[in-house]
Ligand binder design. Structure first.
Ligand code: 0X9
Ligand code: ZN
Length: 800
């Protein structure tokens, strides 16, 4: 033990002086690990060969938390040789790190824009320890107004069970840690009822404390358990939920690490306390789960690393215990693994970019949980798939529970967003707990529903004016199999206080048809669907409906009027490269794209093969076939983007499909592609967007023209692809550009100024008197009294 510590310490000090420390001079296992790394290129979200960890047993004096601006993956590599990742977001841009004092100057040299968030963690830790001790001596302080060591947490669990014997089980151990500590679980549910026995209820699992230093996680898990118990008697919502669902709480999955984080220098400890081969300490339990375990993107094979995944999936007794417990409890339907910090709601996946193929549950839950959190204390938690929202991480608990067990799983990153980070002051425990209790109720109520809904045709977001619209709604059994009964569609015009109901008709099996009645153009309808089972239990989509904040909406607009549409299959007058462009290779042209690592193998349109691409000749290496050394501009022909009669300028849109890639070669993410619009034939330009996201896929974008420029008869769009950084791989493509108008035509708007008023009347009467065909209002090719009548009726109806 002693020797291992000393070596770890030596290695960290050595990290600072990398230049003077040679492999020869440093015998032992750390020499090669720390300094003999061959430089290599990282993809998005991949981790650098980070060998700096907060795994040292020396005082934290002078350790700083800093915010850096990462400009490339090489930059990140270099930084992570000097500092340890602190916050829960990755990729490029602003990231927080912890840095030992001796590495600080070198780190500042790497990023002169470095911002110090916490100047001396050692001092903050000491001050916080004093604050915790002061609070511990205070008699009138609530338990959740302070952090507690492991034994006090266990005592509190036992106390809860004693106080609420009808609701809570006595804490039990699900297994022991590597140092032999019990990992405790407590279950909470309403009393047994013959028609709904506890032994059959759907379950929700909450765990905390995989990471030792994230003290607010166990506190939050215990807080949620405590509120369930405290509110059962008085809050009908909590009571109804607990009578339906069993909640399971494992507050401290990593008790050894937690205990260690309470020792003098252990406050920033993350991993468990395994002694690794080579002498370093700890496995990151949240990289040790057997789902996509072992990927180098988002975990490390280096034992001293803070993200060390262990020698094998489930090599650790702590993860094994929780896995065994989950496998032994097949009624667990939802799971949250609590972490801190950054205020994020992380759905699958974490090991890769993107969401699972059926993401409907998360699409429904994410906004409702975010909203519930926000409504408590106006805190914003950002929801999304883990890999995209923080960084890639493989072998994490929630990927396993979802991917292996089909459990709806989240990783939630609690408060704050970096002000105090892991050292969240104790007065933040209760507010953090309260907002997360609100989200826990939403998740629990989702699980409690007898069925959930699927929409084979999608959820309608728009409809044609004057026509009924139907869509299919499928009921999926959620928990115990229940017969579906009486599903209905509830809707109201936005702002109305009551809902109308329309029964659905059974099509087949558990699929129903829902029908909206005809609405006039411009109506926004809020709606939800509801179904009640014969045993009187109901479910809704969204599950929190009819709370206004969770309703879905649909609006009625007129058909699309195309003003210009180009799928690049013919030459419609684009300019591929303009005067002043500087690119020496890979300029825009119209072609059938040939696939490379960075370029599409097909155009975006359903029909045809051609698109505008920055490099059409994909021969040779990918790097040789891309845009090089400057700027190339794709300029649209002049488009008449004025709205047709009856529509207004705010009804005009521009849409296109774009491809952009700048993360596949050296110096990734150094470039971006401005997209600009002009209403004066190119004299002045306004930015629509600056594309920097490397989706490496065709993506459709749509903009309301009037938000940028006033639609005129001289509109142009241009795409300025750039290779400004040194030697980076840039590929861009454009397809399916459309300018169109869509809105609610107003027939009385005779002069096309967007309103129907007296001036329209004057203009109509003048045209009518002159027997001008413009006055053929009913379109029967003659100007007569019937046109006059129809126009007057339209004017009476007005516009809006
Ligand atoms: O890196 C982690 O394990 C988590 N962040 S933390 O700073 N608390 O360590 C996030 C991992 C992603 N988690 C899930 N999507 N569950
Ligand atoms: Zn964590």
């Amino acid at each position: 033990m002693e020797a291992a510590m000393a070596m770890a310490k030596f290695r960290l000090i050595g990290a600072m002086a990398g230049a003077i420390t040679s492999a020869a001079g440093l015998a032992g296992p750390f020499s090669s690990a720390a300094f003999a790394q061959a430089p290599h290129v990282h993809g998005p979200g991949e981790f650098a060969p980070d060998d700096v960890a907060m795994d040292d047993d020396r005082p934290l004096d002078g350790v700083r938390m800093v915010r850096l601006t990462i400009t490339s993956f090489e930059h990140r590599d270099a930084i992570e040789r000097l500092a340890s990742l602190a916050a829960c977001h990755g990729g490029l841009g602003q990231i927080e790190y912890l840095v030992w004092p001796e590495n600080f100057q070198a780190l500042r040299d790497l990023d002169p824009t470095l911002v110090v968030l916490i100047d001396d963690i050692g001092a903050v830790v000491r001050a916080q320890r004093e604050e915790i001790e002061r609070r511990a001596r205070q008699r009138d302080l609530a338990w959740f107004e302070n952090y507690h060591p492991l034994n006090e947490i266990n005592d509190y669990l036992a106390q809860m069970a004693t106080n609420f014997p009808a609701l809570a089980t006595a804490p039990a151990s699900i297994g022991t840690s590597i140092e032999g500590r019990a990992i405790n679980v407590i279950r909470i549910s309403g009393p047994d009822r013959p028609e709904n026995p506890r032994s059959q209820r759907a379950q929700v699992l909450f765990n905390g404390g995989q990471h030792a230093r994230e003290w607010v996680n166990p506190a939050t898990v215990v807080f949620i358990a405590d509120q369930m118990l405290e509110q059962y008697a008085t809050n009908p919502r909590v009571r109804a939920l607990l009578d339906e669902v069993e909640f399971i709480f494992v507050p401290v999955v990593n008790p050894d690490g937690y205990v260690y984080s309470w020792t003098a220098n252990g406050r920033l400890w993350r991993k468990n306390r395994r002694v690794n081969t080579g002498g370093s300490i700890g496995v990151d339990l949240n990289r040790n789960w057997a789902f996509q375990w072992g990927l180098n993107s988002g975990s490390s094979g280096t034992p001293s690393n803070d993200l060390y995944r262990g020698t094998a999936a489930f090599s650790e007794p702590e993860t094994t215990a929780l896995r065994n417990f989950i496998q032994a409890n097949p009624r667990i339907r939802a799971h949250v693994d609590y972490h801190s910090f950054s205020q994020l709601l992380l759905a699958p996946w974490s090991y890769t970019l993107g969401s699972p193929p059926d993401n409907s549950v998360f699409n429904e839950l994410n906004p409702q949980m975010v909203r519930a959190i926000f409504d408590v204390d106006a805190r914003t938690y950002v929801a999304g798939p883990g890999g995209e929202t923080i960084y890639l991480a493989s072998g994490v608990a929630s990927d396993w529970t979802f991917g292996d067990r089909g459990i709806w799983s989240y990783g939630i990153e609690l408060r704050d967003t970096g002000q105090s980070g892991f050292l969240l002051p104790p007065d933040q425990i209760i507010p953090t707990g309260r907002e997360n209790f609100a989200a826990a109720l939403v998740l629990g109520e989702y699980v409690a529903q007898p069925f959930r809904f699927a929409f084979p045709d999608g959820i309608p977001s728009r409809g044609e004016p004057g026509s009924v619209q139907s869509f299919r709604v499928q009921l999926i059994d959620n928990n115990r199999p229940v017969l579906a009964g009486a599903p209905s569609l509830r809707y109201r015009a936005a702002g109305a206080s009551t809902f109308s109901a329309a029964a659905m008709t059974l099509i087949s099996g558990s699929t129903y048809e829902a029908r909206f009645p005809a609405f006039s153009c411009g109506t926004r309808v809020e709606f939800y669907v509801e179904a009640t089972s014969p045993d009187g239990r109901s479910a809704r989509y969204p599950s929190q409906a009819p709370l206004a904040s969770s309703l879905v909406s649909r609006s009625t607009t007129g058909p699309e009027v195309v003003l210009f549409a180009d799928d690049f299959e013919t030459d419609r007058g684009w300019t591929f490269g303009v005067a002043g462009d500087t690119a020496t290779a890979g300029r825009w042209s119209r072609c059938d794209p040939q696939p490379t690592s960075a370029q599409p193998g097909d155009d975006a349109s359903a029909v045809g093969t051609l698109a505008a691409i920055t490099d059409c000749n994909a021969g040779g290496s990918d790097g040789a076939a891309d845009l090089d050394n400057g700027v190339t501009t794709l300029l649209s022909p002049r488009v008449d983007a004025r709205p047709p009669r009856g529509l207004t300028t705010s009804d005009v849109y521009v849409a296109y499909a774009r491809w952009y890639s700048n993360d596949r070669g050296g110096s990734p993410n150094a470039d971006s592609m401005p997209v600009e619009i002009s209403a004066d034939d190119g004299a002045t330009w306004t930015t629509l967007e600056t594309v920097a996201e490397n989706l490496n896929a065709w993506t459709r974008r749509i903009f309301r023209v009037a938000d940028f420029v006033e639609p005129s008869d001289r509109v142009r769009v241009r795409f300025v692809a750039r290779d400004l950084g040194a030697g980076s791989l840039v590929e861009a493509g454009i397809d399916d550009l459309r300018v169109f108008a869509q809105g609610c035509p107003c027939a009385a708007d005779f002069n096309g100024d967007g309103v129907g008023d007296f001036f329209d009347y004057l203009d109509f009467v003048n045209a009518y008197a002159a027997e001008d065909l413009a006055a053929d209002f009913n379109g029967d090719a003659q100007v007569d009294f019937f046109d006059y009548l129809d126009f007057n009726a339209a004017l009476q109806a007005g516009c809006e």
